[in-house]
Design a protein around this ligand. Structure first.
Ligand code: NDP
Ligand SMILES: CC(C)=CCC[C@@H](C)[C@H]1CC[C@H]2C3=C(CC[C@]12C)[C@@]1(C)CCC(=O)[C@@H](C)[C@@H]1CC3
Length: 337
C-alpha cells in the first residue's frame, strides 16, 4: 500500500458508540477537512461505525483499521498497517475502555448519601464500585490490557509517525475521575489482587501520560488526559439496567446543578476531547486532567483539575511497562517489520 501524506491524520480508538462516536462527529463539525481513521475490533463494526459517521457527515474522509486492544498481536498488526498507510498522525484519541462485571455496593451508597462527601461519592464512585477482572488470551489482566497496555503498545509502535514532525502530535487519553492512587500499586500494577481494576487502570493511564510528556515533549509529542464525566453509554448500561437509569434521569438532572461532571450524554462527554483538539499543546499542563462539565442549564465547558500523581512513581511504572513491552515484542517478533 502506498504512503499518503495526510493533513490531519486522526486516529480514534473506541469510537463504535458512546463518547467515541460523538467525538468523531464533533471533530468533523470543528473541521470537515480532517482525515479520521477509526480503529474497530472487526470489519462489521468498522463499516457500521463508518456508516454512522457518514450519515451525519457525508463528505467526511473516514478510513478504518481493525484492532482489538485485548489482543496484542492484533495491536501489532494494526500498527504495522498504519505505519504503511500514514506518514504522520496528528492526534490519537485513546478512548477505548472496559469495566467488566461492575458491582455497586448499595449499602455503602446509601450510607454515603447521608454524609458530607455525597457529591464526591456521586462523581468519583469512591467506595461504592468494584469489578471482577480476569486474564485475557495474552495472559494479562483484561482491564489493564484493554484500558492501558494495548494503547501503550500502539503508541510505542506508532512513534515514528508521532515524533519529529514539523507540527506537534498529540495523544489524548480518556481517563476517569474514578482514577485513584489507593487503587494502584507498583507491585501489582495489573491489579490482579484487588477489586478496583478500572480505577487502577485509569490511574495507570494518568501516570503514563505524565511520563510520556517527560520523555517525548522534546520530540514534538504531547499527551493529555480527559474525563468525560458520567455519561450514559454501553458502559453505564452494564452497571444498572437502562430502565433504572431512565427512572433516575430527573434526579441526575437535579444532581447536575451541584455536580457539573454529570455530563450524561456522549456529546457533552466529548467536550474536553474537542476542546483539547483546539489548544496549543505547549501551553497545556501535563499534570492536569481536563474534565468535561455541563452546567445545570446544559452549558458545556471544560474544567482543568490538578492530578494526584507522583512523577517518581510514574517513572518507575514506565520502566515496568517497557519490560512488559520487551517481553511482548519477543513473543510476537514475527509481527515486527
Ligand atoms: N461512561 C462513563 O460514564 C465514563 C466513561 N469513561 C471512559 O470513556 C471511554 C469511552 O467509554 P464509553 O463511551 O462510556 O463506553 P462504551 O462502552 O460505549 O465505549 C467503549 C469503547 O471501547 C471499545 N472497546 C472496548 N473493548 C475493546 C477492545 N478490546 N478493543 C477495542 N476496542 C474496545 C468499544 O468498542 P466495541 O464497540 O467494539 O465494544 C467502544 O467503542 C472509556 O475509556 C471509559 O472508561 C470515563 C469516565 C466516565
Ligand atoms: C446517580 C444516582 C442517584 C444513582 C446511581 C448510583 C451509582 C450507580 C452511580 C453513582 C456514581 C456513578 C459513577 C459511575 C458509575 C455509576 C455510579 C457508581 C462511574 C464509575 C462510571 C465510570 C467512570 O469512569 C466514573 C467517572 C463514574 C463515576 C460516577
Amino acid at each position: 500500500m502506498g504512503k499518503e501524506l495526510l493533513q490531519e491524520g486522526i486516529l480514534v480508538r473506541g469510537q463504535s458508540c458512546g463518547v467515541g462516536l460523538a467525538l468523531c462527529r464533533r471533530l468533523l463539525e470543528e473541521d470537515g477537512r480532517i482525515h479520521l481513521c477509526i480503529a474497530c475490533r472487526n470489519e462489521q463494526k468498522s463499516e457500521a461505525t463508518r456508516d454512522l459517521i457518514l450519515a451525519t457527515h457525508p463528505a467526511a474522509q473516514v478510513s478504518t483499521v481493525e484492532m482489538d486492544l485485548g489482543n496484542l498481536a492484533s495491536v501489532l498488526r494494526a500498527a504495522r498497517e498504519l505505519r504503511c498507510r500514514f506518514q504522520r498522525l496528528d492526534f490519537i484519541y485513546l478512548n477505548a475502555g472496559i469495566m467488566p462485571n461492575p458491582h455497586v455496593n448499595f449499602k455503602a451508597l446509601w450510607h454515603g448519601l447521608l454524609t458530607g462527601r455525597v457529591l464526591h461519592m456521586l462523581t468519583t464512585a469512591e467506595g461504592i464500585m468494584t469489578q471482577t477482572d480476569r486474564l485475557n488470551g495474552d495472559g494479562l489482566q483484561e482491564v489493564f490490557a484493554t484500558n492501558l497496555f494495548g494503547h501503550f503498545m500502539l503508541v510505542r509502535q506508532l512513534q515514528s509517525l508521532l515524533c519529529g514532525n514539523e507540527k506537534p502530535s498529540r495523544l489524548i487519553w480518556t481517563s476517569s475521575s474514578n482514577a485513584r492512587e489507593s487503587a494502584f500499586s507498583l507491585s501489582d500494577y495489573q491489579h490482579a489482587k484487588g477489586q478496583e481494576s478500572y480505577s487502577s487502570s485509569k490511574y495507570a493511564t494518568d501516570l503514563t501520560s505524565v511520563v510520556l510528556n517527560r520523555k517525548f515533549n522534546d520530540q514534538g509529542l504531547y499527551s493529555s488526559v480527559v474525563c468525560p464525566g458520567l455519561v450514559m453509554s454501553n458502559m453505564t448500561y452494564r452497571i444498572l439496567p437502562v430502565f433504572l437509569w431512565k427512572l433516575l434521569m430527573p434526579i441526575m438532572w437535579l444532581i447536575r446543578f451541584f455536580a457539573k461532571t454529570y455530563t450524561l450524554t456522549p456529546y457533552n462527554g466529548a467536550e474536553a476531547h474537542v476542546w483539547l483538539f483546539k489548544q496549543k499543546p505547549e501551553y497545556l499542563d501535563s499534570l492536569v486532567k481536563y474534565h468535561s462539565c455541563t452546567s445545570g442549564l446544559g452549558r458545556c465547558y471544560v474544567e482543568p483539575r490538578k492530578m494526584d500523581v507522583d512523577e517518581d512513581t510514574a517513572e518507575k511504572f514506565y520502566q515496568k511497562l517497557l519490560e512488559l513491552e520487551e517481553q511482548t515484542l519477543e513473543k510476537y517478533h514475527d509481527l515486527l517489520d
